[in-house]
Every structure is written in structure tokens, then in C-alpha cells.
Design a protein around this ligand. Sequence first.
Ligand SMILES: *[C@@H]1O[C@H](CO)[C@@H](O)[C@H](O)[C@H]1NC(C)=O
Ligand SMILES: CC(=O)N[C@H]1CO[C@H](CO)[C@@H](O)[C@@H]1O
Length: 518
Amino acid sequence: MAPKPVDYSLYLVTDSTPPILGDKDLVAVVKAAVEGGATIVQYRDKTSETAELVQIAKELHKVTKAAGVPLLINDRVDVALAAGVEGVHVGQDDLDLKTARRLLGPDAIVGVTANSLEEALEAAGDGADYLGLGTVYATPTKENTKSIIGTAGVQKILAELHKAGHEVKTVCIGGVNASNTQRILYQCAAPQKKLDGVAVVSAIMASSEPKEAAMHLRKLVSEPPPFATTASKSQLSRDDIVAKAPDVIKRMVGKKPLCHNMTNLVVQNFAANVALAIGSSPIMSNNGLEAGDLAALGGSLVINMGTTTPEIRSNHLKALAAYNAVGGPVVFDPVGAGATQQRKEGVKALMAGGFFDLIKGNEGEIRTVSGAQGVKQHGVDSGASQLSMDDKIKLVKGTAARERNIILMTGSMDVISDGERTFTVANGHEYLGEITGSGCTLGTTIASVMAVEREDKLLAALVGLLMYEIAAERAAVRSDVKGPGTFVPAFIDELYRVRQESVSGDGSWAQVAKIRTV
Ligand SMILES: *[C@@H]1O[C@H](CO)[C@@H](O)[C@H](O)[C@H]1NC(C)=O
Ligand SMILES: CC(=O)N[C@H]1CO[C@H](CO)[C@@H](O)[C@@H]1O
């Protein structure tokens, strides 16, 4: 069946319960919402008696019809028929799709909730017009956490629907609001199939200004998020990277971007010295409330997840939102992610709370980020590797494709990918593993470059990584360096030297890059 020409982009699901609707009038809220830009409405009411349901449905229909917006009834085909509305939405426990279709006819819009791939494929096969996929995130009103599948779960379903040749329309539902709509649409998208819209409940129903809320959401769903890169990902060879690196660094030095880091206090002096040496401007602020002002300055943010108290997490989330809102690059360093339950939860909460342009970590940290079960990390060190090189590449590439960002797994051979383009980098020196803060300062370096090279963030990350690791190689072989202690000042000097050479147009330092496309 060819898809009906219905605009699913801003799908409103009503909720008449007091915690959401308050003392507002349901019909008035829906009227305001469709005026503001809701494109389709589902009347959901689990408590009213049948006669009342029909009555309210008729009133809602007057309002939606005037706006040219379809009205669907949740679950109750009898009510949909009695009120003469455009269709129904059925959950997995409601009347089955085929029966609903038979009763309502081929022109009615029939949608189905799908929490899993199996449910989605079945409903699409049975001729659903659209699927409500989710739950994306937990909502304060619904306790059922079992059905939470996140953006990764939605993306997987979309990819499989495409593979199976289904043209069914899709919206996602669960915890969608103005602060996460754009990111959810972006991160749910599979390469060949994206969502047709988002379903919202409280973001409009609980608002004291439902028309404005709908207008704002409608604008958000029609635009890519500020952090999305629009340029298609160009081929990148080792030679391109080597040739471009000095110029990218020169641009960074020219701009002296602000690098805002939210980090633990272990490495502060070192991190600041590295930032100054490479030519960015360090600022340390763990106060989420001033992140908005800092984000406006056009720099980038490093979130270094050391200890995670609820207060620190809330500051991280505020800063993340501020940088996401203006498209300022954010680097996430999930230090010791797999070491404790607290930290594992911290990683989850941060990744569900905003977009990280790049996530860097050692093998254990990246495995935790990928959602692997049973990762055991002792302290913040990576420990012995448990993965073959092929497995590492697959993990890094797959996680980057899923998150639609860049993943960097550090090690004696680094693996970096944006989901499409994947490289290994074998530069660096073992002394980097013998000093504190080398991981954090690598994050600082990459974030500083990303602040100026925003078109191709993978190129930026590779340039930062090379600058850092090649400076370390140069420092380690100096005659005044006898070990990790004397290495640190020499390393800072060499970072500075790479910067100065780049500025003067001498890019020969990059020739030793050990990059391979994989
Ligand atoms: C938006 O939804 C997310 C996830 O459900 C929630 O954590 C956040 O607090 C919500 N934001 C607002 C402003 O309601
Ligand atoms: C590079 C950078 O921004 N460094 C800052 C990180 O945070 C510390 C404090 O923890 C500051 O002192 C650095 O300037």
C-alpha cells in the first residue's frame, strides 16, 4: 500500500490526567497546539466512559478538521467510527491491526506502537500506516523502563525496516521534548531511513503556552541540530591528512579558540600548559550555569568524567546542552567508565542527555560506551586488551555509526572512526602512558582543533591526535629526556614547536604520521 500523504512531523498525543493537563481545557490545548503547528493528533484517554469519549472526540475533531490535521483515537475503533475521525492508534495489547483495518477501511490511518524489531516488522507487514517507535527515554509519568530502547534501538529498527523494504512511516515516542528533539531525530536516523516525526505528550500538553510550545517544536523538527555537519563526508587519505594538518593548526593558532574543560583537579596544571602550548585558550569552569555564556564564545568543551556526583552530572548536562545549542564541539572523556556501577550509569545518563561530537577512551572505556556487558576495569587503567584489532575496528566503527559521532579508542594503535571513515594511528610514545593526565590533555588538544575545523570533524580529530602523538615522539628522543619526569616539559616544548612550525608554513613534522585507512 502506498503511504498516505500525512505529515507526521509533529505528532501530538493528548493526556487528560491532572499531572499533565492540570486545570487546562483539553480542547483548548489541542486547538492551540494545531494552531502552533502540530501536524497530527492522537486523542488518548484511558479513563473516560464511552459516551464521553465520543463526545470529546467530536469536539476535538471540529478543531483538528478546521486546521486540516488528522485526528486519531487511541485504542478505540468504536469511538473512531462513532466520531467519524481519520483513524486509530493501537498498542500491542489493544485490538489487532488487521481487525482495526477491516473495521475502519483502507482509507483510515492506522498506527501501531512497536517496542521491538519483531513488533515493528510484524506491524509493517500487516499494513500499518505508521509505527510509534519507542520508548526512547523514560518519562516522569511512566515507570515502565523495560520498553526503553534509546536512540540506538530506534535506529536499529529503522535500518531493518528499510532492509525489509517497508515504506511504513515512523515517529518515535517517549521523553521527547524541545531540549532533545533535534538530537533524537539526528541520532535515530539510519543511513537509509529516518524518522518522519516525533510524538510528544507533556512537551505540549503540560505547557502553559501550548501554542508557543508547538511552534517551537515544529521549528526544531524542520531543522537539523546545530551540531550536525551538513557537508557530505569526503574521502580522506593519509596524504590528505598530512598535507592539511599544518594549515588546520595554523588556523587554530590564529583563532586561539577557547577550550572549556570540566575536569577533575588531578591534572589541571598540565592541561592548562598543554592548551597554551598548542595555541588554544584554556578555561576551567565546572559551573553549568555559566556554560551558556562560554559556549557563545565559539570554542569547544571537554567533559572529563572523573568522579560522578549528582551535582557534577547536572553541571555536565547543563554545559552539554549549552554547547549543543550553538553547535560548539564537545569531547567526552569517560574516564574509568567501566570501573564502577556509578560511572557506568554516569556514561549512560550523559549520552542520553546530549550529543558528544567525539568520545575518546581506552578499550575498556569505549566498550562501556558501546554498551558491552561485563566490562571490568581496574581503576582507570585499561588493563590487558581483550579484543583483536579487527574487533576493535568493528566496535569503534559500529559505535560511531550508531551515535553518529566520532569514536577514538586510544592504545598503542589508536582506532578512530566517524562510522564511515575509519583509521588506525600508530604514533605516540610509551612515556605518555607513564604520566598522569595524558588522556585528558589529548582531549583538550582534539577539542581545540575541532573548535576551528568544524566542517570535517574527523579531520580535526586526526590533526589533534597527530600533533599530540608526534610531539611526544619528538620529545622522547631528545637527549635531555631521561624518563617520564623529564619527558613532560620536553613534551610541552615539542607541542609548542609543532605549533610554531605549522604557523611558519613548515608542515614537515606531519610526514612521520603512521596513519592507515581501514
Ligand atoms: C526532556 O526530556 C528528557 C528525557 O526524557 C528529560 O531528562 C528532560 O528533563 C526533559 N527536559 C525538559 C525541559 O522537560
Ligand atoms: C586546557 C584547559 O582548559 N585546562 C584547564 C582545565 O581545568 C583546569 C582545572 O581543573 C584548569 O586549570 C585548566 O586551565
